[in-house]
Design a protein around this ligand. Structure first.
Ligand SMILES: Cc1cc2nc3c(=O)[nH]c(=O)nc-3n(C[C@H](O)[C@H](O)[C@H](O)COP(=O)(O)OP(=O)(O)OC[C@H]3O[C@@H](n4cnc5c(N)ncnc54)[C@H](O)[C@@H]3O)c2cc1C
Length: 380
């Protein structure tokens, strides 16, 4: 067991950190305030390989490992969790679904431009009446000659407005339950597909989130993704990997909040000394650093197993649950250490505090992670 990062991983972390500090940090507050999705960042992210992190070079990807992926997502989240969420959703949901279950033709047509960062991906599972209970979806896809006709809507879709390619889950055989759900690739601009309400969010405001509507949206038969009826089970596999990404995002966010708190604690003086001199503050810092390290190890363990082709349902959920819950705690303590300055926008603490809540909700809530973990434990 070797916990040391490789030389390449040290370099990777350094280069993504430098990129985030120079290209993202100066704009964080403005993008958050304006709810601005920075499309202008796309070509720069693509140049670093960050829009095709784990995909094979032959599909336009950067061919990095699952742990490298975590490092990239962490370093982006350390500076701006909203940008990290966009990158994680593009890589870990839409592109990953096509990479795992698409045929060669679909990979050439859709994965290559996604991995090269020429297109942005969206992934639609959640609906207004079905989130955790995803199999309760209402969107349908019916065969009509050599087409499929989609009707329904998706809610909370990351890149619902700015995405060029979307993977959409729909019911193709209601009577078959979860075995009657299939996945489809839909190109933005297909007649019958439109973006609905843009969500005005608590946090992660620079990440585009909206409804997507389908009204008699006809898509060719060759855009059925994976086998008919396998959409739900394939989705669960996509989520196993996607949860490692949200865990890494939570670790990076917590790291950013911790560093902000540490630096503030050294500067801020009370009762004649820096507040870092008080044991009450030191304990918060010590607890935060310890929890972040434990969350990082759980996350890298899940990534390590994924890299070796192992099923990671249990490990992914454990990493996602733990990392997101400690991140909420660390962001809370970061505000507390900042006192009143943690409550105003001049310091980054309040933004970490708002952004972090998404990590216990997106990709499956903490309650659902506990349910998945318990099921795995009880099935042994
Ligand atoms: C910013 C953002 C981005 C998102 N991006 C995407 C995306 O790109 N694609 C996509 O498909 N979805 C996306 N989502 C949706 C997200 O995955 C869902 O919000 C999440 O799965 C929860 O579903 P819900 O909101 O319907 O809550 P609900 O399922 O209605 O849950 C409400 C509450 O009930 C609890 N609950 C539900 N069932 C159980 C149970 N069996 N046991 C115990 N408690 C339970 C939940 O844990 C939660 O606390 C995004 C959400 C947000 C906020």
């Amino acid at each position: 067991m070797d916990f040391r990062p490789s030389e390449e991983q040290v370099l990777l972390r350094r280069s993504v950190r430098e990129f985030a500090e120079t290209e993202i940090r100066p704009h964080v507050r403005e993008w958050d305030q304006e709810q601005h999705f920075p499309a202008e960042l796309r070509t720069k992210l693509a140049a670093l390989g960050l829009l095709g992190i784990q995909f094979h070079e032959k599909y336009g990807g950067a061919g990095m490992s699952a742990i490298d992926y975590c490092i990239c997502i962490e370093e982006l989240a350390r500076v701006d969790p909203a940008i990290s969420l966009s990158v994680a959703a593009h890589n870990g949901l839409c592109s990953s679904h096509i990479s795992l279950f698409g045929n060669e033709e679909q990979k050439q047509k859709f994965l290559v431009p996604l991995a090269r960062g020429e297109k942005i991906g969206a992934w639609g599972l959640t609906e207004s009446t079905s989130g955790s209970d995803a199999a309760g979806m209402r969107t349908t896809a019916a065969r009509a000659g050599n087409c499929w006709v989609l009707n329904g809507s998706k809610t909370f879709t990351t890149h619902g407005r700015v995405g060029n390619v979307m993977v959409v889950m729909a019911v193709t055989d209601r009577a078959a339950g979860t075995k009657g759900i299939s996945a489809f690739i839909v190109e933005h601009g297909t007649p019958g597909m439109s973006s609905g309400k843009k969500e005005d969010k608590l946090g992660m405001r620079a990440s585009d989130t909206s409804e997507v509507l389908f009204e008699n949206c006809r898509i060719p038969d060759d855009q059925l993704l994976g086998e008919e009826g396998h959409g739900f089970v394939n989705t669960m596999q996509v989520l196993d990997a996607g949860r490692i990404g949200i865990a890494a995002l939570a670790v990076g966010l917590a790291q950013g909040a911790f560093e902000a708190a540490l630096s503030y604690a050294r500067e801020r003086r009370a009762f004649g000394k820096p507040i870092a001199g008080f044991q009450a503050i030191q304990w918060k810092l010590a607890d935060a650093a310890t929890k972040i390290e434990a969350a990082r190890l759980l996350t890298y363990q899940a990534a390590y197993l994924k890299e070796r082709g192992r099923r990671t349902t249990l490990e992914s959920s454990m990493a996602k649950l733990y990392a997101s819950e400690i991140a909420v705690r660390v962001a809370d303590d970061c505000v507390q250490i900042h006192g009143g300055y943690g409550f105003v926008k001049d310091y980054p603490a309040e933004k970490y505090f708002r952004d972090v809540k998404l990590t216990t909700i997106g990709g499956g809530t903490s309650e659902i992670q506990r349910l998945v973990i318990a099921r795995q434990l009880l099935s042994k």
